[in-house]
Ligand binder design. Structure first.
Ligand code: NCD
Length: 302
């Protein structure tokens, strides 16, 4: 593995080995014992062209936990504002020879484009609606820790599936690992093409979450839509919001996930989001660190 650009490039074996390594770092962090000099003298460059709270901070902390130095490049204060082209910017940064580049961009395939131009490993931290592989890997670690396996687990991915890179990467990973994947969305938020062949689609949330093990809730990605396409928050909550009433239709031990940022009262009710036994959101965020430590270790440390 030279880069991590998408789940689509990974085999089942590679996914398993990343999750195993993430599990190793999870335990190491719990025990306070790991090689905190593993990436000493390595420079990790983060290039975020879109806003981020969780992913950027999580990569930053993961790299620092392994002893790397992190340079957070800022698009808004860069020479892109002086009309330098994207490719010249990348060539300039690459000439400084970072040991890895972590990129988030709204353009389809931007991480792949960069990977072709630079010499170091490139990690996709989210591109357009295409892929967000590290989110899918940390979600897989979280489900596996809770359910013991991914094989045979039924996961309903609910909400704005059409515009979600999280849905795309998760659906690919989960279906490779033997989970049953459902997409639950109004027709206008259903993707025109499915990322895996064995996904079942539901327009009705009550039917879609019936008997599932995990409900993965998604935000409406308003920044990727025409204004005319955006449903009103209240109408959306009425038809698709995850409430306790609806959650009763799923298995008794159903778990609720959300990649964040969440919009309370739109795709999810407050009490579901804050439920300490059902909601895994904080665990997902916490699992971002060992998962990204594993990926940095595998790409930069070996
Ligand atoms: C998501 C993203 O940016 O792709 N968040 C994340 O990285 N955890 C989801 C979103 O923005 O809705």
């Amino acid at each position: 593995m030279k880069h991590l650009l998408g789940i689509e490039d990974l085999s089942k074996l590679e996914i398993e080995s990343i999750i195993e390594r993430a599990e190793h770092y999870y335990n190491a962090l719990e025990n306070g014992k790991w090689d905190y000099r593993k990436l000493e003298n390595k420079i990790i460059l983060t290039l975020f062209f879109e806003n981020s709270t969780r992913t950027l901070t999580s990569f930053d902390i993961a790299a620092k936990r392994l002893g790397a130095d992190v340079v957070n490049w800022n698009a808004n204060t860069s020479s892109l504002k002086k009309d330098e082209s994207f490719s010249d910017t990348i060539d300039t940064l690459s000439a400084m020879q970072p040991d890895a580049i972590i990129i988030r961009h709204s353009e389809y395939g931007a991480p792949k484009y960069i990977a072709r131009r630079v010499d170091c490993p490139v990690i996709n931290a989210g591109d357009s609606w295409r892929e967000h592989p590290t989110q899918a890997l940390l979600d897989a670690l979280t489900i596996r820790q809770e359910k013991g396996t991914l094989d045979g687990v039924t996961v309903a991915i609910c909400g704005d599936v059409a515009h979600s890179r999280v849905a795309n990467s998760n659906a690919k990973l989960l279906s490779i690992m033997g989970a049953n994947v459902r997409f639950v969305a109004p027709e206008m938020l259903m993707p025109p093409e499915l990322p895996a062949t064995d996904i079942t689609c539901f327009n009705n949330i009550e039917e879609g979450i019936k008997d599932v093990d995990v409900v993965m809730v998604l935000r409406i990605q308003k920044e990727r839509m025409d204004r005319s396409e955006i449903p009103s928050d209240a109408a959306y909550f009425n038809n698709y919001g995850l409430t306790f009433e609806r959650l009763k239709l799923a298995k008794d031990d159903v778990l609720v996930m959300h990649p964040g940022p969440m919009n309370r009262g739109v795709e999810i009710a407050d009490d579901v989001a804050d439920d300490p036994t059902r909601s895994l959101m904080k665990r997902q965020v916490a699992n971002g660190i060992p998962t990204r430590m594993a990926i940095l270790d595998m790409l930069v440390g070996e």
